[in-house]
Design a protein around this ligand. Structure first.
Ligand code: CUA
Length: 336
């Protein structure tokens, strides 16, 4: 085999690298940081764009000057030794002052924005949501609405929301790129985010602070909807889930007599608080903090052997048979 890669191989590798590189680019992807969906995200994007343009211009200048120097002062045979310079007061002052000015231009708006987004006074009619980051899922409590849900946060478009961040176990970081920057969820500390979602849609989020084995499996979704749709969702959350029948009724009985009840709340059935509230589990689109679509098959696989599907998950193996898992899945996915 030839040790020097042939031309076609180089082209192929370059093309493969290009595909991988641009494959990560989606301007308006569900986790885009450049298509803002809230006032907070817009302010962050403005700063991001400012810094990007400043650094792009500097980078371009540096490379143009570098190229010019490489060509202009390249070694030539027989050329005499160029002038030897030691110390140049004007240049040294220039390359001290110019970077200091650049840093100042970046620092002033950065510090301003940091303080502005930290100290936002919440409008009086703001919706309040307590966000709790658990290993490895998200709990959302709406104290004024008496609604508790998990992993999928519903918000009405155009109304300010105050997210109070609480960490019951370890440090996490709440990050929904299209709605704004990351903010840490720290045990014993009260952090908050105030923002107004500006366009309806499904925005994806992800825990952004390493928090253990399934940190990467700690996703979330924010569903921003029209006010009337949000009210309808709230009404569904407050209503009692429909009484199951057939296989689902069997599943309910299995749920009620197994360890599930120690950790999960289902209105009218159990009151555990260590795991996600499942009262309206079937109304969520995803399972296990954004890992899979919430289908009966996936839920059955999950309750059958959660440890295999999500490394480190706190949910124990319940020792259910395949038939029992199917019944429990029918029950849970029916809880709309
Ligand atoms: Cu929670 Cu990383």
């Amino acid at each position: 085999m030839d040790l020097v890669p042939s031309g076609t191989l180089v082209v192929r590798v370059a093309l493969a690298a290009l595909v991988l590189l641009v494959g990560g680019c989606a301007w308006d992807g569900p986790m885009s940081t450049v298509v803002p969906g809230s006032d907070f995200a817009r302010a962050t994007l403005w700063l991001y764009a400012l810094i990007t343009w400043i650094t792009a211009v500097i980078g371009l200048l540096v490379f143009v000057v570098l190229l010019w120097i490489l060509v202009r002062f390249r070694a030539r045979p027989e050329a005499p030794l160029p002038a030897q310079i030691r110390g140049h007061t004007l240049m040294e002052i220039a390359w001290t002052i110019v970077p200091a000015l650049v840093l100042l231009v970046i620092a002033v708006p950065t510090i301003q924005l940091t303080f502005r987004t930290q100290g936002v006074a919440a409008p009086r009619d703001a919706l309040r949501v307590t966000v709790r980051g658990w290993q490895w899922w998200w709990e959302f409590r709406y104290p004024d609405l008496d609604v508790v849900t998990a992993n999928e946060l519903h918000l009405p478009v155009g109304r300010a929301v105050v997210l109070d961040l609480e960490g019951p176990d370890v440090i996490h970081s709440f990050w929904v790129p299209r709605l704004g920057g990351k903010r840490d969820v720290v045990p014993g500390r009260h952090n908050r985010i105030v923002l107004t979602p500006e366009r309806p849609g499904e925005h994806w989020g992800q825990c952004a602070e390493f928090c253990g084995a399934s940190h990467a499996n700690m996703g979330l979704r924010v569903i921003v909807q029209a006010s009337a749709e949000f009210d309808a969702w709230v009404a569904r959350q407050k209503a009692a889930p429909a009484e199951p029948a057939g296989l689902a009724a069997e599943g309910k009985a299995i749920f009620a007599r197994s360890a599930c009840v120690g950790c999960h709340t289902i209105a009218g059935v159990s009151g555990g608080v260590l795991g996600p509230n499942l009262s309206h589990f079937g109304g969520r689109t995803m399972l296990a903090a954004g890992m899979w679509p919430n289908t009966p098959d996936n839920v059955a696989a999950w309750v059958r052997d959660p440890q295999r599907l999500k490394p480190g998950v706190k949910m124990p193996d319940l020792g259910l048979t395949d038939e029992q898992a199917k019944a429990v899945a029918a029950y849970l996915t029916g809880l709309k």
